[in-house]
Design a protein around this ligand. Structure first.
Ligand code: ASP
Ligand code: MG
Length: 470
């Protein structure tokens, strides 16, 4: 049985038109003899709005919270009405939409009295986004003759009880897939479920963390031994760099799991990094595809990518970073110095991206955030501290830098006119990263792209599309 998991993000289900397009893509797979399991996100921006509702209610702003929920209710009503033709089916769907929003409003009213938003209640509130989108889309698929059946993700994605970032329990998920998904596939139906949400063993709603629908897709794919996991989004796959900076950026046809994981961490917003893991473990290819351009081949992520003539596949950038320089005075030559520094970041729960050390100083980079003055004050008890924002991290990724000589010389020659503040190489064999001023990003990326992607390997990069655009 050629089973594929097809995950559609928020923009692929943002309104009736997008949902109809998505249905067409799924129907295309069915016509190819595939058995799809469909995982959908909430309609675009709904998760943010539900979080805003929750925040308003917990501040005691009951009216504000209910007003946001009312706007969402109308959006669902309108989408349902535009989507379904069959009166009886539409009436039943409208009834369940009203029912779900009534239940949500009850929670919001309660929260506006209690004034305490716990992670558990937050998960319950955001879960409505995926619950409603998946239910509505299953109805639409069914009306379009695809035998859509709704599966409540909370009966399948069983997790521990760490609300807002729950860890999935693989064995239970496999059992639940056999119980709640497999029979539908055997009966020729198309199961449709929400991403991102799950429940603990006691049946209390949990979520996998923001952007977690990709993760759901990979978990289901892994549990059902799918032949592929398709992540449908609104870009043509992974690009060599941001096309807004380099209009001649190329689609990368194929990357390795390792490369994709590096890129995910460095803010190439195509995939949730954890998505990769359940797929890697089972060696299931992940495809990143564009629902607005479904005939495009996208990017294929596989365990062993073929050899590529150019050392790099992608240049990723992460902006809004701050560099913190810690210059030792008193604690020079003592051990435990780095530990003392990191303990401070731990105390403030502030993740560190990059570190570079010399005998007397340590430079670290973090996402710019409002805790920085407090962190700097604590660090100031150990050493002299300076911090400076508006920095950017440029990250160059490629398996084929392994063992090649002179790559760093090429990189830094290409950007010799730009001031580089920090460099990291070797932390991962396939990634070279450095920090520059945010204002130098465009120039640096353009120069590097021009140097490394002048003569791209047609096996790895879509050179025809470039020829068509340039
Ligand atoms: N709807 C959730 C979010 O916006 C999960 C997802 O779309 O992946 O974070
Ligand atoms: Mg996403």
């Amino acid at each position: 049985m050629s089973l594929v998991v097809m995950k559609f993000g928020g923009t692929s289900v943002e309104d009736a038109t997008a949902i109809a397009r998505t249905a067409g893509i799924v129907a295309g797979r069915v016509a190819q003899g595939k058995k799809p399991v469909v995982v959908v996100s909430a309609m675009s921006k709904v998760t943010d709005q539900l979080l805003a509702c929750a925040a308003a209610a917990s501040r005691g702003d009951r009216t504000g919270a209910l007003a946001i929920s009312q706007r969402l209710r109308c959006r669902y009503r309108d989408t349902a009405a535009a989507l379904l033709k069959d009166h009886k089916r539409l009436a039943a769907l409208q009834t369940s939409i009203e029912h779900e929003f009534d239940a949500l409003d009850e929670v919001l009213r309660g929260l506006a009295v209690i004034l305490e938003l716990t992670p558990r209640i937050s998960d319950l509130i955001v879960s409505y986004g995926e619950r409603l989108s998946s239910y509505m889309i299953a109805q639409a698929f069914d009306e379009m003759g695809m035998h859509g059946v709704h599966v409540d993700a909370r009966e399948v994605i069983i997790t521990d009880s760490q609300y807002q970032k729950a860890i999935p329990l693989d064995d239970l998920i496999e059992e639940r897939c056999a119980l709640h998904i497999k029979p539908h596939l055997d009966a020729g139906s198309v199961p449709v479920m929400g991403g991102f949400i799950g429940s603990n063993e006691a049946g209390i709603t949990t979520t996998l963390g923001r952007g977690g629908s990709d993760f759901t897709g990979a978990l289901i794919g892994g549990a059902l031994h799918a032949e592929a996991i398709e992540i449908w989004t609104d870009v043509n796959g992974i690009m060599t760099t941001d096309p807004r900076i380099c209009p001649d950026a190329l689609r990368v046809r194929v990357v390795s799991f390792e490369e994709a994981a590096e890129l995910a961490y460095f803010g190439a917003k195509v995939l949730h990094p954890a998505t990769i893991l359940p797929a890697v473990r089972r060696n299931i290819p992940v495809l990143v595809l564009n629902s607005r351009n479904p005939t495009n081949e996208g990017t294929r992520i596989i365990s062993l990518a073929p050899h590529c003539k150019s050392p790099f596949k992608c240049i990723a950038v992460k902006k809004k970073l701050t560099i913190i320089d810690v210059v030792a005075s008193r604690m020079l030559m003592t051990h435990g110095y780095l530990k003392a520094i990191f303990d401070i970041f731990d105390k403030h729960q502030c993740p560190v991206d990059m570190v570079s050390t010399s005998e007397v100083s340590v430079s670290l980079t973090v996402d710019s955030n409002d805790k920085l003055p407090a962190i700097a004050a604590d660090l100031g008890k150990l050493a002299d501290v300076k911090y400076e924002g508006q920095k950017a991290l440029v990250c160059m990724v490629g398996e084929d830098i392994r063992g090649q000589m002179g790559i760093s010389a090429q990189v830094f020659t290409a950007i010799k006119h730009i001031n580089v503040r920090m460099i990291s190489q070797g932390a991962s064999e396939i990634n070279m990263s450095f920090m520059i001023e945010e204002s130098d990003v465009e120039e640096a990326v353009k120069s590097l792209h021009a140097h490394f992607f002048r003569d791209p390997d047609p096996e790895i990069f879509d050179v025809e599309a470039r020829a068509a655009t340039v």
